[in-house]
Design a protein around this ligand. Structure first.
Ligand SMILES: [Zn+2]
Length: 267
C-alpha cells in the first residue's frame, strides 16, 4: 500500500516537472530569438557605401585644389552637398564632434557622396593650449562620433584656430592622424558676403592650395557655385585633402599645401 502511494506520488512529481518544463520551453525559445534579433547591428547595415571612385588625378602634374569645410555639419550642409553633387566635386569636411552627434544623417550623406570626413575636435577646443587629457578626450570622442555615424575612422585633424603644439603633434602621431592647416583663408566667418568670399578665394588660390571655408554659414554655401565654376574654368581640378597629397600623409605632421615635388610620382 505504501509502495503504491510512493509510486503514485513519484509519478505526479514527474508529470508536474515535465509539465512545468513543457510550459517553459515554448515561451522561452521565441523570446530569446526576438531578443537576439533586437541586438542585431542594424546601424551598420544602414550606412550607405560610397560609390566606387575613379582614380584621383596626379596633383604634381595637374592643377589640384582642395576645398575644405569646417565646423559642421549644420542645417546649411545639405544645400552644400547638393551644390557639390551637381558639379561632381569632392571636398573634405572637418567635423565638430558635438555637431556629428546632432546630425549623423548629414555625416552619412557626406560619406556616401565620396567626400573625405575628418576631425575638428569635439567642442571646437583650442588644442594647442590643451592638456594631454583634454586633447585625447576631444579627439577620441570625435573619432567615435564619426565612426558611429558613418563607419569611417578619420585620418586627418584640423586643430581649431590652427592652434597646435608639440604635444598635439605627439598625440596625433600616436593616434595615426595628420594635421591639416590651410593655404587660402577668405575669413568667411567674419565677412558674411558671398561675393566677398568668392573674390578672396579666387585671388589667393594657386595649384596645390587648401581652401578653408565654413559650411555652417549660408553666405559661404552660396559662394561655392561661383568659386567652383570660376576655378574650374581656369583648369583647376577639385580633390580631397588625402588625394592632394597622393594618399601619403604622415601622422603627426602638419600640411598646409602641396608644394612642387611633394606629391606622388616626382623625386
Ligand atoms: Zn573651426
Amino acid at each position: 500500500m505504501i509502495g503504491v502511494v510512493r509510486r503514485a506520488a513519484a509519478a505526479v512529481l514527474v508529470a508536474a516537472v515535465c509539465g512545468w518544463l513543457s510550459t517553459l520551453a515554448p515561451d522561452d525559445g521565441p523570446v530569446r530569438l526576438t531578443a537576439a534579433k533586437d541586438k542585431a547591428p542594424e546601424r551598420r547595415s544602414e550606412v550607405p557605401k560610397p560609390k566606387p571612385k575613379p582614380p584621383p588625378p596626379d596633383c604634381t602634374r595637374v592643377k589640384c585644389l582642395a576645398l575644405t569645410f569646417d565646423d559642421g555639419p549644420a542645417e546649411s550642409t545639405g544645400e552644400l552637398l547638393d551644390i557639390l553633387a551637381s558639379r561632381n566635386v569632392k571636398a573634405t569636411f572637418f567635423l565638430v564632434g558635438e555637431n556629428v552627434a546632432e546630425h549623423p544623417d548629414l555625416v552619412r550623406r557626406e560619406h556616401a557622396a565620396g567626400h573625405e570626413i575628418a576631425d575638428h575636435s569635439y567642442t571646437h577646443a583650442d588644442l594647442g593650449r590643451a592638456s594631454k587629457k583634454t586633447i585625447v578626450s576631444e579627439l577620441t570622442r570625435t573619432q567615435d562620433a564619426i565612426r558611429n555615424a558613418s563607419g569611417v575612422t578619420s585620418k586627418l585633424l584640423r586643430p581649431p584656430y590652427g592652434s597646435t603644439s608639440e604635444r598635439l603633434a605627439r598625440i596625433t602621431r600616436r593616434m595615426g592622424m595628420a594635421q591639416v592647416l590651410w593655404t587660402v583663408d577668405p575669413f568667411d566667418w567674419r565677412h558674411r558676403e558671398s561675393d566677398d568670399i568668392e573674390r578672396r578665394v579666387l585671388k589667393q588660390a594657386k595649384p596645390g592650395s587648401i581652401v578653408l571655408l565654413h559650411d555652417i554659414h549660408p553666405t559661404t554655401v552660396r559662394a561655392v557655385p561661383e568659386i567652383i565654376d570660376k576655378l574650374a574654368a581656369k583648369g583647376y581640378v577639385f580633390v580631397t585633402v588625402t588625394e592632394l597629397f597622393g594618399g601619403k600623409l604622415t601622422p603627426g605632421k602638419e600640411y598646409r599645401e602641396l608644394e612642387s615635388g611633394d606629391g606622388q610620382g616626382l623625386p
